[in-house]
Design a protein around this ligand. Sequence first.
Ligand code: IPM
Ligand code: MG
Length: 356
Amino acid sequence: MKASIVLLPGDGIGPEIVREAWRTLEAVAARFGHVFTMEERPIGGGAIDAFGDPLPQSTLDACRDADAILLGAVGGPKWDDPNAKTRPEAGLLSIRKELGLFANLRPITTHRQLVAASPLRPDIIDGVDILFFRELTGGIYFGKSERSDDGLTASSTMTYSTPEIERIVRLAADAARGRRGKLTSVDKANVLEVSRHWRRVAADVVSTDYPDLDYEVVLVDAMAMHLLSRPRDFDVVVTGNMFGDILTDEASMLPGSLGMLPSASLGSDGPGLYEPIHGSAPDIAGKNVANPLATILAAAMALRHSLNLEIEASTVETAVDQVLDDGLRTGDIAAGGPTVSTSEMGDAVARYVAGT
Ligand code: IPM
Ligand code: MG
């Protein structure tokens, strides 16, 4: 097949890790006889420096025309001035909104080879397999937001409409059906009106169309606790934008490192956006030490969800498993043992994908 993939390396370690994912995709194309056209476009801090805009129009246009988008990370101390006109993160938020990517899938699975790298006990994390559905284009990230004229007060508003809740709950419920049949909705309905609305709408969707699911609701503070005490009890979790942001960073510690976790952002049609969960890690940028596996696994999600190439996707995932079996570890997952560089890790994955 022919597919066009836009690469958005971004800032910090972004270019290094996207380069390794690109090599993985080249290896997939060579082995399975596909033609992937991959072009790079600016986003984030680098785009602010070059164009004064964290999401230049030309980047957005290229993304709209693509079959899939692979992003590294955006942001860094250079662009952190709170009084700056714009920020790298604004590029990420705009691309999500512009492309209607309302569903952020964040799978949290532990790799048995890495249980020692987690700060949690092996008996708690062994076998964890959670799929988060974080709503991505609504809630407090996009609600009315203002600062008073005297500069003494500011507010950001959390808003959700019925259709916004319905569509994300449906996607999550469909996914739960294909997995272990359990769906957990997370809110703060004991305090927030917007959460009471979320809870009512979610319950309606599930009771009407998904009565077969094992459905529960959990308050976000309790969820923060359960994720550490009994993470194996969760299958598919659906929640709003900010709760999902926080809970998935917390959950990312279950497998031991943020460096292992991919995510997919999908809309009702058009290209999906694939990226690692972690950020731009400016402290280690340019040193060839970052873990490229999350981005490589994000490329696997792109193969699966946007290009419909299931065998190719699992080939990449198996290759990642094989390099871990071989004992290859970047610094974040080495638990003090010997380490390999970003490019050595990428080489090893590409070799397994190529079958050589
Ligand atoms: C994430 C990030 C972003 C978010 C930031 C960089 C805007 O933390 O993707 O989780 O809050 O959504
Ligand atoms: Mg986050």
